[in-house]
Design a protein around this ligand. Sequence first.
Ligand code: FRU
Length: 497
Amino acid sequence: TDEEDMYRPNFHFTPNKGWMNDPNGMFFYNGYYHLYFQHYPYGNKWGPMHWGHATSTDMITWKEQPIALYPDELGYIFSGSAVVDLENTTGFSTDGKIPVVAMFTYHDMEAEKAGKIIDETQAIAYSLDEGITYTKFEGNPVVENPNIPDFRDPKVNWDADRKQWTMVLAAGQEIMFYGSKDLKEWNLLSKFGEGVGNHDGVWECPDFFPLPVKGTEDTKWVLLVSINPGGPNSGSATQYFIGDFDGKTFQIDESFQKEQAKEHTFWVDHGRDNYAGVTWSNVTTAEGGKLFIGWMSNWLYANDVPTEKWRSATTIARELGLIKDDNTYRLVSSPVKELNDYRGKKVVDKNISIAGETVLTTTEIISLSKTEINFILSDVANGKYTFTLSNSQGDKLKFGYDGTLNKFFVDRKEAGRINFSEKFSDKMATAIRTSDATELTGKIILDKTSIEIFYDQGQTVMTEIFFLNAPFNALSIKSDLESFTLNTIEINQLNFN
Ligand code: FRU
């Protein structure tokens, strides 16, 4: 159909049919990356939540699997995580099979309908067939609600130093830390969040893990906290905190806290379409990085985007790392290396002198809906640099860097269909540039309905979706400077059918 042709992404995961929101329960085992997701298979708006399921050997090409968890009398199956219980701490193993244990929130709709605001508890389920089918634990819930209205999204990680399971849970506008030896009995360890970070919305979908600081021997702990609303460009977005962990308490790093209080630039993504992202358990990259994927939409308009058969896609899977600059630590993200395996035809241009609007490529040469673009501006000046993607229908997506404001921007108000929601493109998205390097680099990932831009080696990321009237057929660049040199532009077509 038209909708499939126009809007079904070439390489970002979408459910075959029905609604999707948060990624859930990601784990790696036996060569497979598992991705579960908040799913309502019988309609294209949010509804009774299931966990849909997909598997991949590279986090790029996904195969949808049967639904893994169905709602039951305890409630809808809200967001959560999954771990591989290699040492059978749960005792769920039989015949030597390794249990995969999912921990999720039960959202009791009956309670909600009856006007009760305390309607969320935490539960577990286990799989003895590597994540395909699950048995719900008969002792559920494993964490009762201590009288907190928003109490959800358990993310479990194995704390190798302490040999314990650590679980972070969103509770109102705080994060609660729990510990367990067997995933069934949980003790509250500590709380975090008062007085730090953004509090303009409900805290949701936390994640907590250590990361090595690049170029040092140090390790720091990272806490991801999604918030809705309160995002830097409105609606939902994910902020992060960096600090230390002693097995009980997360202590925010002093330099980090100071910088964040000055200017809150600590968001996983500054675009409007990366929410509720968390990391894969049971795997780190060769560099010690964590693997992340987010929901590529925003609660502002997710239920209204112009697709009928399915709604929403995930972001490209990303590797997360940590860097330290003069002031503090920062999270950096880049698309997973596995994406490089799809590179096909390539055009490279160097030292192009640009004066006025200059076309960099057209679809006669390379497709602009399955594309990886890398650029370098060696000496970024105080001008405004604007890339434009365009087509014969007059659709235009503009993005780039404004040196006078020291801000990146994405402007989708002319990028096709926008009328389905007032909030979709009432303004352009911007992000403060945090690097002070004279060289500005960028990596751009393009699919039919999304752009993901990684500036300054992933220090600042902007992910936004759009719905065109026709595919883009040209990419150009211009500036308000009289002229400038685009030092490198490399455009890779990605091979997907
Ligand atoms: C985040 C969220 C979670 C919740 C889920 C429900 O987008 O609100 O907090 O578990 O969606 O689908």
